[in-house]
Design a protein around this ligand. Structure first.
Ligand SMILES: [Ca+2]
Ligand SMILES: [Ca+2]
Ligand SMILES: [Ca+2]
Ligand SMILES: [Ca+2]
Length: 458
């Protein structure tokens, strides 16, 4: 999801149970209970506002609550920690059970610096037959850096970058000095809690020029774009670019040390890089045309299409999609509410959140696009020819609360977060020849007002 600073208040998590729906849970390895994690980074914990908590759902029913200072997680819940700033699910220790990484991007290791962005920490939990168990913490010192206003843990992604069968963890620190930094943990059979590999503009093999407000690492997505059997990492830097805030996406192979920088001015990408487009503020990888290589969807929520007041915080929004090939990500296309159902408005922020998943089971991933300014989600069908605009579905969920600020595909259902109202809705889908038709919608879980329940999901 996008990294816009969250603003709100108070309160511990209050959960409303929902009906069991085992079909909507991801498959678990034998003996490991499956789970979905929902973050509430502004939840009050032990009287500390914005300390943050993460709710575990089983069968889409609340089944556990995680926060700092309990259950062996370590640390203490402190005001403004924002535990749950990002989530990633992966098998980090290679035992076949899904594990969970939780960012707390505003954590300070010592006394907080008033008004400054946090240093950040990431908590690891390993999946076991008894549920998730704490597996340590990682921070920027494991990249050989001293902590600063890094916001380490503002974005997370899991992927098997070295191809050895277990997942590595990529951690974004978009506030790190030099315009942002990404750390990759667990490469080459190392434990994810050991020293990681820093990836930033200062590295010669990455190239490009670091910009103080570039936000390199504000969004991350892992996918095998060239089909060589190892995942690649897409790194969004929505504040970088030729114009202020136009945005860049850098796709890297951290093992071979290769990098390609994409912008809206690049070959294969429609559109022109303009100020405040925020290209790369959301990313999702999926195989939209079923050729065995992952494709990359890039959110450009600040893109202008309609007449309307131009400002940093607004945009009609487009999503650029680059298709994978043996040479990596090459040809592209653009999607917007001009080419899909709906009419663009300057406050839509189409593409502020993205997810991919094969909702109808035909072998082609669908692309799920959050449109939080319109309180909507759009689903574009995957086909053998790629995404198809003739088969899109528009799902609306109310104009308030930011419905569509976060999205997640779970089996044949879609989870949609409305963090402004601390609400997560599950939308069932019905398969069509291409793509889906929306079915029943119901509340999956809710949190207390102001705790931003649903800000991130995994
Ligand atoms: Ca595991
Ligand atoms: Ca690996
Ligand atoms: Ca690859
Ligand atoms: Ca499909």
């Amino acid at each position: 999801m996008n990294a816009q600073p969250v603003s709100a208040l108070l309160a511990a998590v209050l959960l409303s149970p929902a009906a069991a729906d085992p079909a909507a849970s991801p498959a678990a390895a034998d003996g490991c209970p499956s789970f979905i994690a929902v973050a509430a980074p502004y939840a009050t914990v032990d009287g500390r506002p914005r300390a943050g908590s993460v709710t575990l759902l089983r069968g889409l029913r609340p089944a556990g609550l995680l926060h700092q200072g309990a259950g062996g997680l370590g640390d203490e819940p402190e005001t403004n920690d924002s535990f749950g700033s990002a989530l990633a699910r992966g098998d980090f220790n290679g035992d076949g059970c899904d594990d969970l990484a939780i960012g707390a991007s505003e954590e300070f290791h010592g006394a907080p610096t008033p008004g400054a962005d946090g240093e950040g920490v990431v908590h690891l939990l390993y999946g076991t037959p008894h549920g998730l168990e704490p597996a340590g913490r990682i921070d920027v010192t494991l990249l050989g850096r001293r902590p600063g206003s890094d916001r380490f843990g503002a974005a997370l992604a899991a992927g098997d970058f070295d191809g050895d069968g277990d997942d590595e963890l990529a951690v974004g620190a978009p506030g790190a000095a030099g315009g942002g930094l990404v750390g990759i943990f667990g490469l080459g059979g190392r434990a994810p809690q050991a020293a990681g590999v820093p990836v930033g503009r200062a590295a010669r093999w990455i190239g490009g020029r670091g910009e103080a407000t570039g936000q390199f690492g504000a969004a991350l997505a892992a996918g095998d774009f060239d089909g060589d059997g190892r995942d690649d990492l897409a790194i969004g830097a929505p504040g970088e670019g030729r114009r202020p805030g136009s945005g860049t996406v850098t796709v890297i192979d951290p093992v071979r040390r290769r990098a390609t920088v994409h912008t809206q001015d690049g070959v294969g990408i429609p559109g022109v890089a303009e100020a405040w487009d925020a290209f790369g503020s959301a990313l999702a990888a999926g195989d939209f045309n079923g050729d065995g290589r992952d494709d990359l969807a890039i959110g450009v929520p600040g893109e202008d299409l309609s007449a309307g007041r131009r400002a940093m915080e607004y945009g009609d929004g487009v999503v650029d999609v680059l298709y994978g090939s043996a040479r990596g990500l090459t040809s592209g296309e653009a999607w917007s509410r001009r080419t899909l159902t709906g009419t663009p408005r300057h406050s839509d922020r189409f593409g502020a959140a993205l997810a991919a998943g094969d909702l109808n089971g035909d072998g082609y991933d669908e692309l799920i696009v959050g449109v939080p300014g319109a309180g909507a989600v759009q689903v574009i069908a995957g086909t053998g020819f790629g995404l198809s605009g003739r088969h899109d579905a528009l799902i609306t969920g109310g104009r308030t609360g930011g419905f569509g600020s976060s999205v997640l595909a779970v089996g044949r259902s879609i989870l949609v977060g409305a963090p402004g109202e601390s609400r997560v809705t599950v939308i069932e889908t019905r398969p069509r020849k291409a793509g889906i038709a929306p079915g029943r919608a119901r509340a999956a879980a809710t949190g207390r007002p102001g705790d931003l329940f649903g800000y991130a999901m995994s």
